[in-house]
Design a protein around this ligand. Structure first.
Ligand code: SF4
Length: 237
């Protein structure tokens, strides 16, 4: 009898926990959607907590509710951007790093790879060659990496307080999750994939605080195609 009662209560508690958890996940998804659509941040810590602790279940819930596959990661990136934006801006540029994915490189890129990533010589064939020198000119250390495993090495061998990353939805969200102690900011790739990816250069430069107005050459390129892949545009300038 006592054992029967125990299992009955245990079952009821389990059902209540499951309902509570599902409600929490659905609330987190709704709040995240509101942030993306209306730019209103409500209970950001609740969203981040749900994303960090229940990342996989949240993705399954989102999928079963018929949401876009990338929605959970998109919410994660947007919430983390909002939460960390102010602190990121307050940190000096020479304490910040910029991490770019090597899939942005031009298919004829001749840069070699070392233990810290791609050794780009800014040949100008791709958007990395536009972003890197400008970021470095205002104090950032720039890393172009083939995968998130390089992040561990970068953390181990460099001192920095803030990071701006560029990646696809999932990589960016998970990297920002891992780097939460470094006031992360993220920019999503505008075209994802394994190669020939694209990023909105203007968004990256704005995020790092680079003054684009003074840069005639850059403005010329950006005004022709915001979603810039520089190789063709450099020839026009
Ligand atoms: S600018 Fe692009 S293509 Fe040129 S070396 Fe750097 S990464 Fe490679």
């Amino acid at each position: 009898m006592i054992i029967e009662n125990f299992f009955q209560i245990f079952g009821q508690v389990l059902v209540l926990i499951t309902i509570g958890l599902l409600s929490l996940l659905i609330i987190a998804l709704i709040l995240g959607k509101i942030l993306i659509k209306k730019d209103v941040l409500i209970f950001p810590k609740l969203i981040v907590f749900s994303l960090d602790v229940f990342y996989s279940p949240l993705k399954r819930v989102a999928k079963s509710l018929g949401f876009d596959d990338n929605m959970v990661d998109h919410i994660g990136v947007e919430v983390r951007n909002k939460i960390n934006e102010k602190k990121f801006r307050q940190i000096k540029n020479n304490n910040k790093i910029l991490v770019l994915p090597h899939c942005l490189r031009h298919q004829k890129c001749e840069a070699t790879l070392n233990e810290m990533g791609l050794n780009c010589n800014c040949c100008g064939k791709c958007s990395i060659g536009v972003i890197k020198p400008k970021a470095e000119s205002i104090g950032y250390k720039v890393f172009i990496i083939p995968g998130s495993t390089f992040i561990k090495k970068i953390i181990k061998e460099n001192k920095f307080e803030a990071v701006l990353g560029v990646a696809c939805y999932e990589d960016l969200n998970l990297s920002m999750m891992k780097l939460s102690g470094f006031n992360p900011q993220g920019v999503l790739l505008s075209r994802t994939g394994c190669f020939k990816t694209k990023v909105d250069v203007k968004t990256v430069l704005e995020k790092i605080g680079y003054e684009t107005k003074k840069d005639y050459k850059l403005n010329y390129s950006l005004s022709n195609d915001i979603d810039l892949c520089v190789d063709e545009k450099i020839k026009k300038v």
